[in-house]
Design a protein around this ligand. Sequence first.
Ligand code: SF4
Ligand code: SF4
Ligand code: SF4
Length: 244
Amino acid sequence: MMQRLADVIKMLKAMKKIRNNPAAMHYFSQLKNLGQAMEKLYLVDSCRACSNAVVPVQRTARELEQVASTLDFGTELKAKLPGRPLFHHVFKISVSGCPNSCSQPQIKDFGLQGRARVVESPGACTWCAACVDACPDGAVDLSKEGPVLDEEKCLLCGRCARACPSEALVVKERGYTVLLGGKLGRHPRLARRFLTLAGEAECCQALDAVMEFYLRHGDGEQRLGSLLEEHWRDFQELWAEVSK
Ligand code: SF4
Ligand code: SF4
Ligand code: SF4
């Protein structure tokens, strides 16, 4: 009896740990979308609603889904494949609300990371140091004039501005870093950065261009990352054309 009680307590503690871990929660929420993904041959996922998000993650994910669904991607990709589609053929799209990247956009074909550019507002600082404590990257320095952000260290997460009680640090701009061509598998690679602080409409345009490019130039087996490595200049030319 005591052993069973101890097991139950252990299980409850483990469940609590998972609930408090955004990356683990994201993994479990993704599982339920896999059936549909094998039909459509693309998968749009995102991190959960979270107070760290600096962009409207769920809305952007819905917009991306809309873009992908109008392309008839699954039918065209299936026509290129010699046999039954497998999970590695699924084109993976992911949106994260902040640089913590809980939905792992760095290893997806198309990934977005929310970013917020913070600026100093002269004369408003009360030197409470909340911003210094809030920054996980040691990017805030307090000078006699007020806060100074180190651009080299800053990941544009917006935490310091959220922590500031006197608007001496404010978010000037929000958007997404667009990442392309990440993957795992036998030859894993991190995605390359394509756009910085892109708006939602620009992200949708980029997804449309990337998926069209993939269908036009890929054989379905080759992952986007390798395809872009071979044809990066062609893709940039296409992007220059469509984003005019
Ligand atoms: S990526 Fe950021 S916003 Fe999304 S769940 Fe993780 S911490 Fe929260
Ligand atoms: S935006 Fe984030 S990383 Fe940059 S200084 Fe503020 S808390 Fe630090
Ligand atoms: S949190 Fe705001 S008021 Fe406090 S030290 Fe930082 S910038 Fe100044």
